[in-house]
Design a binder for this molecule. Sequence first.
Ligand code: AGP
Length: 608
Amino acid sequence: MCGIFGYIGPREATSIVLDGIQKLEYRGYDSAGIAMINDGVLCHEKEVGKVSRLQEVVSAKNWETNLAIAHTRWATHGRPTQGNAHPHLDTQKKCAVVHNGIIENHDTVRHLLEKRGITCISDTDTEVIAHLIAYLYKGNFLRAVQRALPLLKGAFAIAVIHHAHPGEIVCAAKESPLAIGIGKGEMFVASDSGAFLKYTRRAIYLGASEVALLTEHGVEAFDAQFAPIEKKREELSHSVEEASKGDYQHFMLKEIHEQPQTLQNALLARFSRDYGTATLDNLNFSDEELKKVERIVILACGTSLHAGMIAAHMLEEKARIPVEVEISSEFRYKNPIVKDNTLAIAISQSGETADTLAAMRELREKGARILGICNMQGSTMAREVDSCLFLRAGPEIGVAASKTFTSQLIVLSLLSLHFARMRQMSQQEGVLFIDALTKLPEQIRQVLLGSGQIIEIAKKYAAYENFFYLGRRYMYPTALEGALKLKEIAYVNANGYPAGEMKHGPIALINEMCPTVAFCADTYTYPKMLSNLMEVKARGGKVLAIAPGGASDIAAIADDVIWVPPTLDELAPVASTIVGQLFSYYVAKERGTEIDQPRNLAKSVTVE
Ligand code: AGP
């Protein structure tokens, strides 16, 4: 987690780096800081809270400098206080470090430093890096960083400045992303190339244990043995999309309302209705390879995991391929069995989720081919996988995923169709599937037009502190996703459960203070769902049902019903999820929580 940004060049650096870390706030936003060198003096400033707070403080200082580094933090070690915010400095304030990742052996290093009379003053794992570099410094800044790195364990990326080297930034990466932007007479370093895209499109990415020395004239890169290396320069193709809320109060609401368009984008030129099949031109796997796939392993976390669970159902049902869905953070510590013809599908909006990257690397080591489903071009995932299908959802600024989830569902539906048509699905069935898919954007427009009813219902339910979210079959992961949204943005406890499991224990929690949000749009299991909801009602529980129009018997059971347009069961998660997103949004608004940047969260989880 955390975002790093550094600049060296002819322009005034403080405003550039502050703008840079603001673009990286999706990686964390509990505190922020900046360091720069002015007339040989290392100055720094740190503030608790968002980057905008730091900007206010720094602008009053009228700093002028051509070199600066900055940081936006998501706390891992130590509370979000001013003292724990980055940059961290050595005792004599000669060097300053910003860091993303975790130094796993920080305690050991801290004790080593203490034996040499150096005491850390913060609770962070980062501070030891600054002391270590200062301790090892003998006049050559680059060499001091290079000598410090082998003493540090963990996955991290750092950028460092030293008061005696006002024309240099030294940066290093070990299993955490770090991009270096190459401008004309100026250089940038950032956790994500998107943060410097408006200045330059030429970039290199630091790999495992590599170090780079940046001056305004260019970059020199070195491997772990200090030997110079030639890094491949990449031309960034993604566009500079300045995110703005437009007339919406929150990014999340805007992103929810963008979904008719983002679904359309995900579908664009990716199917042939005549042949009833998907045309995934960017899929770098031949039809022969795909026909041979005997097993699929899906890797993902959070919302992407829920998309993976829905896709697993679809792939098994339509393409008859066995699929396992694995939580990346658990899977990375398994010793996976990879037989020939195993395909891994790694799903990640950001393409930077540390656990998913580690899990897919583990599978690749063992011989699996990896297909990425990702929104961010240029991300670590997009660069490492054998093939990548992009969501084309545009930047998602709200920390809680909304439009990218439904785009994941579309891309995964097309992928399932592709596999299914290669196996036993008929052309006619394929055409019906495509017709249902292409109706979705218009159906979602209808759902969004019904926001008024959802606002009223959200007001009615906003004061409850505990919810159950239930569903069966395609609606089970949909319920999990709905519950996650409510937890994330409204800070309300919501227990996502398969409805059929309630009787095995959780039903003990049902009472009039614990309503159930029931996802009823899976027509195959609909009658069973009705029985489960009767059981909830019989125990005094309130029911808010999200059900397909025409399924009138639910109205007699539920306290409230929000209707969604009928579609195929496998595509029903899209509209039902959007109702769930709107419900969570309006409950959160009613409760006055911070919706776009909820407490304790970050958009990209780059530590394990
Ligand atoms: C979604 O609302 C969450 N912010 C979170 O669960 C997220 O989906 C998860 O961290 C995975 O992120 P990724 O898709 O970028 O890998």
